[in-house]
Ligand binder design. Structure first.
Ligand SMILES: [Zn+2]
Length: 265
């Protein structure tokens, strides 16, 4: 069974119901955490996953709502038998190392049981993260100083999942997501609820734009995440906005929600 658990669905401004970004991708014999937002360890605990069970993590970029939980995650793995495999762009990897040093300056480096896997900041990249599981990344438009990667997981004889966050609609995301069974796309804004906002100014997207990316990439199913606090209590509006009267399946998952992903064919 292939599943995505939505650990956090808010943008940088968490609410009572929604924490900052986090996903857990699970497949037979495989598990990968996506993003290390503040509080990620307690949200894993809530679904019965201990930090030691996490052996791989992908982080999209260096902003705090995606990285500030990293020192706590590393510390919580203190008795883990395995090292943590960390996949990110170089400036994100540097930021994670810096965060650890700032948080636990007096701890020796043996506590930092991580292997760092640098994904290209320039061109599409791919790596086999486990037998039969390919992680593909591509750089997407980002504000200066915060290289941002979109990511896709392809499972041999299984589905594929693409994750796009903290960016504007762009051809690289569409190329990466092509034919994915589930596209998880940010919707920090809503064109319907916030007609006067310009999401591109902040390198973000609306639910409508997320829907357009899904259609252009031929993805049958879209999950909206990274929701701004002004829009996150209106899931029905967001679903309708992203669907735009097409047959795209759109969900607005709650924190802790587990979603099954099946291959299309
Ligand atoms: Zn963010």
């Amino acid at each position: 069974m292939y599943e995505v658990v939505f650990l956090g669905t808010a943008n940088a401004f968490p609410t009572k119901r929604r924490s900052c970004s986090g996903l857990l991708i699970e497949a037979p014999g495989f598990r990968m955490l996506v993003e290390a937002s503040p509080g990620i360890v307690s949200r894993l605990d809530r679904i019965g996953v201990s930090p030691g069970d996490i052996r791989r993590i992908f982080i999209s970029h260096s902003h705090g709502d995606h990285t500030l939980g990293f020192p706590t995650l590393v510390l919580s793995r203190i008795r883990a038998a395995t090292r943590l495999q960390v996949y990110a762009a170089q400036d994100t990897l540097s930021m994670l190392q810096m965060l650890w040093t700032l948080a636990y300056a007096d701890f020796d480096s043996n506590y930092l049981k991580c292997d760092w896997h640098r994904m290209s900041e320039r061109r599409p990249d791919e790596v086999e993260v486990a037998p039969g599981v390919i992680l593909r990344t591509i750089v997407v438009p980002y504000p200066p100083g915060a290289t941002t990667l979109a990511a896709r997981w392809d499972f041999e004889d299984g589905p594929s999942v693409t994750f796009v966050t903290d960016t504007i609609p762009n051809t690289a995301s569409i190329q990466l997501a092509q034919g994915s069974d589930l596209l998880i796309h940010e919707a920090t804004y809503s064109a319907e609820l916030q007609p006067n906002e310009d999401p591109a100014r902040h390198f973000h997207s609306t639910a409508r734009q997320a829907g357009e990316v899904a259609r252009q990439a031929g993805c049958p199913r879209l999950a909206l995440v990274h929701l701004g606090p002004e829009i996150s209590n209106y899931p029905k509006v967001l679903v309708q906005e992203a669907r735009a009267d097409t047959d795209l399946q759109v969900i607005v998952p709650e924190d802790g929600e587990r979603v099954r992903v099946d291959a299309e064919s």
